[in-house]
Every structure is written in structure tokens, then in C-alpha cells.
Design a binder for this molecule. Structure first.
Ligand code: FHN
Length: 424
């Protein structure tokens, strides 16, 4: 009966009213902060270090002993995310190494039992974010490099040193995931999404997604389910994410083709640094202009941006990553109206510009403000008036056959020159 009530009595998944409402919130929010933080951070070589450096189970088991983030202050993080203008966070409750960042009763391999820190990081973060009005989603890795019941096969490749890769107990592992998810969704109050990752390691059918998604929606009907499988949405999912790409793009090899882009709310995720988890040799830092362009182009696709920070093992977020977030926050404090609660602007973004829309106002974000003139070949609406978003100054334009030619105001230092088009 419970399942019928939650929309699973039918042949197809019917999201509950609470879920639909939450999807609306999600679509309005446009900006979240992704956090990759775990015992892997200690080694400063990204979250894949166990696999990449072929570290054995026995060796990796030493790491939690060094994870003692004395500078971690969930309230400071939450304040920073708020200042950044983020509406939600997605936190790695457990990455592929299988280490639980909460006080899990289902596995000893967790922060409270194995680290000197002994504090429930998930709990502290949830509480702090809630106090700032920031919603929380949980990243949860399907793939597990640590457990004996997990059957290592598939694309992760080499298996894990110190493990017999032919042995496992798959049903036991699936039940374990259900137990952990139940724990996560019953111990920390309202959780607004579960963000799955690691699907590629096994064939789709092995994961029991239908049962797992049903369980989540039964425990918290509003909770949005997303799965970073890089495919068109599966039944039971509530949003679709795109890694390091824009919807329908595949410049990274993780992405999707245009026909995989479904109708669910969308989210793109990317990093400020070169990698997700903390990397000491962090040499591909993105500039403010780059992260801003990602946010604006995502919005131009009708998508949220989930922008990643990789905190250090001591619990601090590096200064330059904090600066990017604060700068975004400053920008959003001025231009938020052109991003939050907007829809895609009718034509896909280019490297030069992106369009977002609210009713009969269209916001044209020009990402190369040094240009003197801009020509947009085909707009799906007629433009009546063009003004600068800041200062409300008239901008000369001419339109012909749905094309729009604009004389841009003299070059400014702005990373993004925003014009407001009033349309018919
Ligand atoms: O393997 C992970 C990776 O470490 C990271 O968590 C990203 C985030 O989108 N997802 C996986 C790769 O697709």
C-alpha cells in the first residue's frame, strides 16, 4: 500500500506531489556546491588515489587513522556556501573507497569508528546547512573498492590489491546499500536528494535500481534521485546530471549525446580545481571567469551548476576555492535575478553568450564583453527593447528575420555583460 501511495503501484513511476514540488525548487535554485571530502584527501592526490596508486586494502586501512580534520567547522562552511549564493550542497557521504563519513551502524568502516576525529561529519554539515537555509543532498557511491561482498568487475579494471576479485556476495552488498541509504534517510531529517555515482562498474540490471529508488521515495517522498550514469534518465529518477559538460555535450568522454537529454530537471557538475578530491599539485585552477561562464551557460541550458570544492585533510577549504565561491556570491548578489528561477533562453549557449528567460524578459549574458557588436542569427521571439541590466541604458539593436544585431556598450571589465531584452 505504501508503494502505491508513493507512486509505485502503477506500471510506471509517478512522482509524488512532494517530489514534484521539490523538483520545482531544484529547478529554481540553479546553484549548488559539491563537496568531495574523505580519507583520500589525506594523500592529496585526488579521490581515486586508492585505484590510481594501486594501494592495497591493508595499506588504505591506515588512512582513516590520519584523518583528523581539526580545522573543520561545519558552520563556517555553511556560511561560506550561503555567501556564495548556493541553494544546496551535495556531500560525498561515501565515495568509491567505501568509507562512510557518518556514524554508520551498518559498517564499522566509518568516521566515528575508524578515525581519531570520531565526529559525525554528515550530521554536523546537515545541521549547519539547515541553519543557513541550505538544502542537503547526499552523494552515494554505488561502486565500492573496500567491501568483500562487492564483486569487482567491469571498467574499474584492475580490481583492488589484496582482494580476491572473483569472490563476493552481490545480494548481500545490495542489501548493505539499502541499509546504509535507510540510515542516511532516517537519521538526519529532511534530505533533498540522493546523488548516485559509479554505475559504470556493473551492468545496469545488477544494481536493483527500481527497488533502491522505491526505498528512497518511500522513506522520503520529496527526495530527488539522480544517478550519474551518463545515460538518458532511468525510470524512478527525478533529475539528470551531466559531468564536466553541458547537457548533450560530450567533450570529456563522460557526457551525453543530445538525444540522451531528458525532460527532468538538469544539473551540470564541475570542479574549481583540476580534480574533485583535494590534490596537492593543484595546477589547473579555474579562474572566476571560467566558473562564472559555466554557471551562466548551465543556466542558459535550463540547468543548475553543482560546483565542486575539495577540502583539505585538515578541514579547511583552500583560500582560492573560497575566493571563487565568494566572488560568485558577489556576482549573484547583483545578477541573481538573471540566474535563479530562470528558464533556458530559447537557443543553446555558445562561447560568446548565453540566454536565460523569465516571462517576457530575456537576459543576454555576453561572456566576451570586449566585443563591440554581437549578431545572433535566430531567436525564437521578437525583441521590443534592449537595455543594459546594470544602469538600464538603452542599447541600439536591429532585428531582421528573427536575427538580432546589437551595438554593444563600450567595453567594461565585467566578466559577463548582461543585457535585458524585452520580448513580445
Ligand atoms: O569517479 C567519480 C569521480 O571521482 C567524481 O566523484 C565524479 C563526480 O561527478 N564522478 C565519478 C566519475 O564519473
Amino acid at each position: 500500500i505504501g508503494l502505491v501511495a508513493y507512486g509505485y503501484g502503477q506500471q510506471h513511476y509517478q512522482p509524488s506531489p512532494e517530489n514534484l514540488k521539490n523538483r520545482e525548487w531544484f529547478e529554481q535554485s540553479r546553484f549548488g556546491v559539491f563537496i568531495h571530502w574523505g580519507v583520500y584527501s589525506v594523500l592529496g592526490d585526488g579521490e581515486w588515489v586508492m585505484n590510481n596508486q594501486n594501494i592495497s586494502l591493508e595499506e588504505y586501512a591506515l588512512l582513516p587513522k590520519f584523518f583528523n580534520p581539526i580545522a573543520f567547522n561545519a558552520n563556517e562552511w555553511a556560511k561560506l556556501f550561503k555567501q556564495a549564493g548556493a541553494k544546496y550542497i551535495t556531500f560525498t557521504t561515501r565515495h568509491h573507497d567505501g568509507f562512510a563519513m557518518w556514524d554508520s551502524q551498518t559498517s564499522e568502516y566509518n568516521i566515528v569508528k575508524k578515525s581519531p576525529f570520531k565526529r559525525d561529519i554528515v550530521k554536523e554539515l546537515v545541521t549547519a546547512c539547515r541553519a543557513e537555509g541550505i538544502k542537503v543532498m547526499f552523494y552515494y557511491s554505488l561502486l565500492d573498492w573496500n567491501r568483500n561482498d562487492y564483486l569487482p568487475a567491469g571498467k574499474t579494471g584492475r580490481g583492488i590489491a589484496g582482494r580476491d576479485s572473483t569472490k563476493g556476495d552481490w545480494n548481500h552488498y545490495v542489501q548493505f546499500m539499502k541499509n546504509q541509504l535507510t540510515e542516511l534517510l532516517t537519521s538526519y531529517g529532511q534530505i533533498d536528494g540522493i546523488w548516485f555515482d559509479g554505475h559504470w562498474d556493473k551492468p545496469k540490471e545488477d544494481w536493483h535500481f527500481k527497488e533502491i529508488y522505491e526505498l528512497i521515495h518511500k522513506l522520503q517522498p520529496h527526495c530527488l534521485v539522480g544517478n550519474n550514469h551518463h545515460l538518458a534518465p532511468f525510470e524512478g529518477e527525478d533529475f539528470q546530471m551531466f559531468e564536466r559538460d553541458l547537457p548533450g555535450e560530450n567533450t570529456t568522454g563522460f557526457g551525453t549525446s543530445a538525444h540522451d537529454v531528458g525532460k527532468l530537471p538538469k544539473e551540470v557538475c564541475g570542479t574549481i580545481a583540476g580534480s574533485w578530491g583535494f590534490e596537492l599539485k593543484d595546477r589547473t585552477r579555474k579562474s572566476f571567469k571560467e566558473v562564472l561562464a559555466y554557471l551562466v551557460k548551465a543556466a542558459g541550458h535550463g540547468s543548475n551548476l553543482l560546483l565542486n570544492v575539495g577540502p583539505m585533510p585538515n578541514g579547511e577549504i583552500q583560500d582560492y576555492q573560497q575566493d571563487r565561491l565568494k566572488d560568485l556570491g558577489q556576482w549573484l548578489a547583483i545578477y541573481g535575478e538573471t540566474i535563479y528561477g530562470t528558464q533556458a533562453g530559447g537557443i543553446p549557449p555558445t562561447d560568446d553568450y548565453a540566454l536565460t528567460r523569465k516571462g517576457n524578459q530575456v537576459y543576454l549574458h555576453i561572456l566576451k564583453a570586449e566585443k563591440k557588436e554581437l549578431y545572433i542569427e535566430k531567436l525564437p521571439y521578437r525583441v521590443k527593447k534592449v537595455k543594459t541590466f546594470i544602469g538600464n541604458k538603452e542599447v541600439k539593436f536591429s532585428s531582421k528575420d528573427n536575427g538580432l544585431r546589437l551595438d554593444l556598450p563600450a567595453s567594461t571589465d565585467e566578466a559577463d555583460l548582461v543585457l535585458t531584452l524585452t520580448i513580445e
